[in-house]
Design a protein around this ligand. Structure first.
Ligand SMILES: [Zn+2]
Length: 183
């Protein structure tokens, strides 16, 4: 297991569309890589991570909402059980009309946050790390997380959902943060 270096914005790789994973390629090597993704996500205190964020353009994401999120205190439980989920080739099969707004962050945009509005509930079909088909419904912060990570697989980042003025502000703040060498 290894902690992999993160791709930090702005980086052209974050705008690329990731390739589907063939079922026959879901093997021990891939599971080893998925383990590294989890390690990297936990090490950086993320709730989710897409493969492209470590520079691998495959449609794979990991997430763990087991403790909730410290930025959403009502649901945060520091002693919560881990709930690791790996999705390969995820697809949204249903999304609610009802929306949900949440202040999102991203490991590729260290220390940057912005409100994003998305469907409140989604149902997602995917292959797990053993190549078995799964379908699962997510709501509120979990739904935010899965939609955010799925965006990464399509070359979309959370600031693409906000106004240009706000996006420019985030990018400027990020540049300053990077210059300080704070990470
Ligand atoms: Zn992200």
């Amino acid at each position: 297991m290894a902690i992999l270096p993160l791709v930090i914005a702005p980086d052209p790789r974050l705008k690329k569309i990731s390739e589907p994973v063939k079922k026959e390629d879901i093997d021990n090597d891939l599971r080893h890589f998925i383990g590294d993704l989890f390690d990297t996500m936990y090490e950086n205190k993320g709730l989710g991570l897409a493969a492209v964020q470590v520079g691998v353009l495959k449609r794979i994401l990991v997430m763990d909402m087991g403790k909730g999120t410290p930025r959403y205190e009502e649901t945060y439980d520091a002693n919560g059980e881990p709930d690791p989920i790996c999705m390969i080739n995820p697809e949204i099969v249903w999304a609610s009309d009802e929306k949900f707004c949440f202040e999102e962050g991203c490991l590729s945009f260290p220390a940057q946050f912005s409100d994003v509005t998305r469907p409140k509930k989604v149902r997602v079909k995917y292959l797990d790390e053993f190549g078995d088909e799964q379908e699962k419904e997510f709501s509120e912060v979990s739904a935010v997380c899965v939609q955010h990570e799925m965006d990464h697989l399509n070359g979309i980042v959370f600031v693409d959902h906000i106004s240009k003025i706000k996006k420019d502000m985030v990018m400027k703040k990020l540049e300053k943060f990077k210059k300080k060498g704070a990470f």
